[in-house]
Each structure stands twice: as structure tokens, then as C-alpha cells.
Design a protein around this ligand. Structure first.
Ligand code: MIC
Ligand code: SF4
Length: 660
């Protein structure tokens, strides 16, 4: 049978299948510092002396503001963990995890599990790269398989040729426009077609990265000559293999995009799928432009910006910043001379880290319009609650930086250095093969795994802010749960547990961070939950709409509610990673059988969830009784392993008792 590429890689890694639940072997893992501390605290409790993967990397890229001791305490903890347990350690300053992983470790045909939702960036190299909660990554580091619902595979056929000023970001924005932020739940997007040859690996990675915003399991490109040349430029040609779908392979759905007809696009506030053509919103005054994030911070991106701004100055009404994705990118940009062009134009050069993307500085002015090349524009994520954040390509961002208003880059007359070919192919007059080789082979900011003998002598360094992970409660057969929050559709994990400069330093301290739970939706939630714990030992329930828990993989969005007594979440539909995180921490994910029932539930009323064990044992739907005696049915679509995890009181307890 002809297989598509995703099916081939999944089949080569499958270790078991139970109905719709498949388990795959994980070759590589990555963590970043904001999710890493919890992942390694969990890993330590599993009690394995050394990671069992081919490659596991711990990156420092999120918490680099260091306004007090806490961030660096986390870094030191993570470095000592890497040294003790056989991991690579990417030091702060080396770059954003996904960009560095692409450059230094990603491998066609391999599987990668990362405790960050944008791990699918690796799909640009032909990997099955999936984002997950830290606990799932801890289990994978210990050699455990990763369990997921067997995904549907959607084919995306790219034809035609991009016009000048339109690029990879516009392709993924077009997919988002058609598919929406929940269109990809349970699916892999597999790109193919004649037009992929014109997309470099970093451009492909822009597309696979932002597939996370579709809710997708991951996205993938074939591994071809373009991939080979990229890996060769990174000094890693030996990691290359050719990979593509078989002739005649089929897909669960086919999407076709003619790149010749694609226009410059923008996601409007406050959702990545609120996509429109830039020309329809042009002329709007812009106060801020930021280029960077794991989506658009490659050398390709920087060079397109430089092509537009060279010899000009940032408009007086605009503040502009640029955060190159990695130290390698920064050094290559410097060698090519484009860094100078950006500095001369007036860009503030930010460090190679997540920075403004996760609200670590560079917050826009109040009510300000900020054009960003990032992947998420949820309300408040930038650090300014009423800012209007648009997600755009580097070309659209650069055009606005110069004109001071939203400007269609296709209307500018610009000669791009890299419209049709890679900057890294050795044919680039501004960058020789020798320069590329010298810069990309400098791994000075990566610390290699220690030998087992050296590792045995390492002491783990724990600062005062690093607190143990709280345990999930034991499950009861019947729970009486007041509705402490009734939320709308598309609640993001930023809404459940915000990030930003104030909250991120608390990622290793659940009691402290829990004070911010649901803060953006309801400032009183924490106080109410604490009060409820005094009178309702069973805990409480949260009710929500469609696509609940979209966005980040942060398990703090499950852990902190768990700590505050949330025992079940009842919604119209869930985002994949968040649902898995809830189960991992023993919170029951419930989905309305009849969505109309959402209207029948009042904030504050008590719902009684009955016969929980019977539902978990037999698979029958869950039943909740309202205060007025009405019955609400919730779908029980849990696979056998998820049921067992809930019964055990969470994944940690399940794993410790020998569960696979
Ligand atoms: C994000 O982009 O929201 C983050 C910060 O990278 C998160 C991870 C986290 O919350 O630490 C993600 O995407 O998973
Ligand atoms: Fe970092 Fe932003 Fe990428 Fe998340 S989306 S990994 S915060 S750059």
C-alpha cells in the first residue's frame, strides 16, 4: 500500500496500538527552561540514572530577563540536571530552542518530543516533531513511549511561485485562514508539491512551527535536496536521508494552495486565525514592530527585513526590535553585513531568545498597534492588555517599520537577496561556504553530555524557588463540584496561566504561580478557589466552550488548577496538549454530549459527577447532575491508558506503579 510520509515515520516508530491510541518510540527530546524545571523535577522522581533517548537537549531561552535570582537559579538547576543525566545543555544566549534544534540536532525521519508547543518546527527537516507536557517528555527521556490518538493526515499541495514580498509566513496564515485555530486538532499536515523546492528549510520550519496554531499534532515536509543542502551548510550532511510520500499515497483531506495567487496576509487581534489581506488594512498607524520568535527569526527572515530597510530609517512613530533566532543566525547576519543594515536603520537588537514573544520585555504602548512576526496574538500576551497585535511576515513587518503604517510589501520595489534561493548554498556573494562552515560548526555554547563516570559526581543545584511538584489527589467515585468559572470559546493556556516577566520566574514554584490562575479571565478566581477548598473538600469544576486550552504546552495550566482543587473541566471541545496535561495531573476532561447544555449551567452552581469509576471501567459516558436535578451527559472518549492514568491519580503515580 502506498504510504504518505507521516504514515511511514509513524509506522517505523510504532511500539503499540490499542484502538485509536498509538504509542511511538521517541528518538529525541527537547525542553526549554520555562517548562523544563517541572519536567526534570518529574524525571528525577522516575529514578532513572541517564536519559535513554538518542539525543535529549535542555535549552535556556524563555526566562532570560533575570530581574532577580530566580531565573538564573533555574538555569543552574537545569545545567546540573543535564550534566547528571546525560543531556546536551544549550546555554542562555545560544538561541531559541526550536531554531537551535533545527540547526544542530534535527534529523529527517526521526521523532522528537518537546515540552513546548512549537516543537513541530522540526517538521521542516522531515521529522515527526510533537509538542507535549513536561511530564510526557520526562517519561520519554526515561525510555517510555509517547501515546497519542492516531492522527488523521491532511495533505497540503503547494503549487505556483511566490511573488516578491510574499513568503512562508503568508503560506501558513493562508492555511490558518482556511482551517482555523481548531481545524487541525488530531491531524498532521503534510506538505508536498512542486512549489516546496523553492522553500528553504527555515522557511519550511516557519510553516511547521505555526501549524501549532491550527491545533495540529504536527506538520511535516519531505526531506529532499533542499534539506540536504541545509544540513550540509550546518556541517551535518551525514544526518540526511531522502524521505517523501510513496507515489499514489493518499490523505484524509487535501488542501491546495497556488502560491502565485497568495497575497501578503496578517492575523488580526486577538487570534492567529483572524486572517485578512494586508492590503485590506493598509494605512493603519503602527507604533511597534518586532521581528523574531521561533517562527520567523532565521537568516532568511533577517535578510528580507534588511533588504527592505537598508539605507532607510525606522519611522519616527515606530519602535522596532529584532531578536535573531540563534547565535549562529546572529553571527551569519553579522558576516553578511545585514546586521549592520538593521542597526543603521534603527532596529533595537534584542538577544537571541523568546523575549517579547512571551511578554519578556518590549510590551507595546497602551492601545498600541504592534506588528510582530510571531505566532500568537492572544489578548494580553504581549504584556499590554489592550494592545492590538498583528501577526505578519518579516516583509510586512519591515515595510511598516519604515512607513509607520500597515503597508503591503508587494507594493514596494525591493530586490531581495534570497527571493528564490537559499542564503546558505555557498552561492551567496555576501557569505562564503568557508564562513558558513566556520560559524555553524562552532558549538561553543552547547555543553555535551558528560560520561557516566563524570555524571555520577555531579550534585544537583537547587535554588530556594525550586519547589517539589505537588501530587495529584486520589480519585473519588462521586464528586460534588461547584462551577468556579464559566468561560467562553478558545480559552488559551495564556488565559489559564499567563506567562510574562512577572509570572514566568515562578514556573518552578506551583504554590506561588497558582495565584495567577485564570487571572486574565477572572481576577478573583484564586481567592474563590482557596475559599472553596475550605468548605468543599471535593474541589471544583471549570466550564468552557470550544477549543479549550489552545496554545502553549505549559503543564502549569493543569498543575496550578489542580493545586487549587479543580477536579474536572467540562467543555465543548479540548485542544490536544492541554487535554493530555489535564489527564496527566488527574483532572477529568469532560466534553458536553449536547453542546446546548453549556447554557443550562450557571456560574457557582454545584454539579455532582457520579459513578466515576464505572465510567472509567466500562467506557460509559459521564453523568453530571445540576442543582435543579437536570442530568448532563459528557462524552467518555478516553482511551484505556488515559482511564488507567486517571484511576491511578495521574501519570506520575501511574508510571511509578509500572504503567507504560
Ligand atoms: C509559548 O509560546 O506560549 C511558550 C511559552 O513557548 C509555551 C511554553 C511555555 O509556556 O513555557 C509553548 O508554546 O508551549
Ligand atoms: Fe519562545 Fe515564542 Fe517560540 Fe514560545 S512561541 S518558543 S515563547 S519564541
Amino acid at each position: 500500500m502506498a504510504l504518505n510520509l507521516s504514515q511511514k515515520i509513524l509506522a517505523a516508530h510504532r511500539v503499540s496500538k490499542d484502538g485509536n491510541d498509538i504509542a511511538i518510540k521517541i528518538d529525541q527530546t527537547l525542553t526549554q527552561d520555562a517548562t523544563g524545571t517541572m519536567a526534570y523535577l518529574q524525571f528525577e522522581t522516575i529514578g532513572i540514572p541517564r536519559v535513554k533517548t538518542d539525543v535529549s537537549v535542555s535549552y535556556i531561552d524563555h526566562n532570560t530577563l533575570q530581574t532577580d535570582y530566580r531565573n538564573m537559579d533555574d538555569h543552574r538547576y537545569l545545567q546540573s540536571i543535564a550534566e547528571k543525566y546525560g543531556l546536551w545543555f544549550s546555554r542562555s544566549g545560544n538561541g531559541i530552542c526550536h531554531q537551535v534544534h533545527l540547526e544542530r540536532f534535527g534529523k529527517p525521519g526521526a521523532t522528537l518530543l518537546g515540552s513546548d508547543s512549537h516543537t513541530p518546527t522540526g517538521g521542516g527537516l522531515g521529522m515527526i516533531a510533537i509538542g507535549a507536557g513536561g511530564l510526557d517528555v520526562a517519561v520519554a527521556m526515561g525510555g517510555g513511549a509517547f501515546h497519542l490518538t492516531e492522527p488523521k493526515i491532511y495533505g497540503v499541495k503547494l503549487t505556483g511561485v511566490l511573488k516578491a514580498g510574499v513568503s512562508a509566513k503568508d503560506i501558513i496564515l493562508e492555511v490558518l485562514r482556511r482551517e482555523t485555530v481548531k481545524g487541525g486538532v488530531g491531524a498532521i499536515y503534510e506538505y508536498f508539491g512542486p512549489a516546496i523546492a523553492q522553500l528553504t528549510v527555515p522557511q519550511r520550519a516557519t510553516i511547521t512551527n505555526m501549524g501549532a496554531e491550527l491545533g495540529a499534532t504536527c506538520s511535516i515536509f519531505p526531506s529532499d535536496e533542499v534539506t540536504k543542502n541545509y544540513l550540509a551548510a550546518m556541517g551535518r550532511e551525514k544526518d540526511w536521508i531522502a524521505l517523501s510520500a510513496d507515489e499514489g499515497a493518499s490523505y484524509d483531506k487535501l488542501i491546495e494552495i497556488d502560491l502565485s495567487r497568495l497575497e501578503a496576509l496578517a492575523s488580526q487581534p486577538h487570534s492567529p486565525d483572524a486572517v485578512t489581506e494586508v492590503k485590506k488594512i493598509k494605512g493603519k498607524a503602527v507604533q511597534q514592530v518586532v521581528i523574531g520568535s521561533c517562527t520567523n527569526s532565521s537568516l532568511d527572515d533577517l535578510s528580507r527585513v534588511a533588504s527592505i530597510v537598508k539605507g532607510k530609517h525606522i519611522h519616527p512613530g515606530v519602535e522596532a526590535g529584532i531578536a535573531p533566532g540563534s547565535r549562529t543566525t546572529l553571527l551569519l547576519a553579522e558576516k553578511m553585513g545585514i546586521l549592520g543594515d538593521l542597526i543603521k536603520a534603527g532596529f533595537r537588537i534584542l538577544e537571541s531568545a523568546c523575549g517579547p514573544c512571551i511578554g519578556m520585555g518590549f510590551a507595546p504602548s497602551s492601545g498600541g498597534v504592534s506588528l510582530r512576526t510571531f505566532n500568537r496574538n492572544f489578548k494580553g500576551r504581549s504584556g499590554t492588555p489592550d494592545a492590538l497585535v498583528y501577526l505578519v511576515s518579516p516583509e510586512t513587518a519591515a515595510a511598516a517599520a519604515i512607513t509607520g503604517e500597515i503597508t503591503d510589501p508587494t507594493e514596494l520595489s525591493v530586490s531581495y537577496i534570497n527571493q528564490e534561493k537559499s542564503l546558505l548554498d555557498g552561492d551567496n556573494p555576501l557569505l562564503s561556504s568557508e564562513d558558513i562552515a566556520a560559524i555553524s560548526s562552532d558549538d561553543g555554547m552547547l555543553i555535551a553530555p558528560k560520561t557516566p563516570e563524570a555524571a555520577a559526581k555531579i550534585e544537583i543545584i537547587r535554588g530556594p524557588n525550586i519547589k517539589p511538584c505537588p501530587l495529584s489527589p486520589q480519585l473519588k467515585d462521586s464528586l460534588t463540584l461547584p462551577v468556579l468559572l464559566k468561560a467562553e470559546d478558545n480559552v488559551s493556556t495564556d488565559d489559564i496561566m499567563p506567562a510574562g516577566a512577572k509570572v514566568l520566574p515562578l514556573r518552578s514554584n506551583i504554590p506561588e504561580i497558582s495565584k495567577f490562575t485564570f487571572e486574565r479571565l477572572d481576577e478573583c478566581f484564586y481567592a474563590r478557589a482557596i475559599e472553596n477548598q475550605k468548605t468543599n473538600p471535593d474541589g471544583c469544576i471549570v466550564v468552557g466552550g470550544e477549543n479549550y486550552g489552545q496554545g502553549s504546552s505549559r503543564e502549569h495550566a493543569a498543575l496550578a488548577p489542580m493545586f487549587l482543587g479543580v477536579r474536572a473541566v467540562l467543555v465543548k471541545s479540548f485542544a490536544r496538549i492541554h487535554k493530555a496535561n489535564l489527564i496527566n495531573y488527574g483532572i477529568i476532561p469532560l466534553v458536553f454530549k449536547d453542546k446546548e447544555d453549556y447554557e443550562n449551567i450557571a456560574f457557582g452552581e454545584k454539579l455532582v459527577l457520579e459513578d466515576i469509576f464505572e465510567s472509567l471501567d466500562t467506557g460509559k459516558n459521564f453523568v453530571l447532575k445540576t442543582a435543579s436535578g437536570k442530568t448532563i451527559e459528557a462524552i467518555n472518549d478516553l482511551d484505556e491508558r488515559s482511564k488507567a492514568i486517571l484511576k491511578a491519580g495521574g501519570l506520575a503515580a501511574y508510571t511509578k506503579s509500572g504503567g507504560q
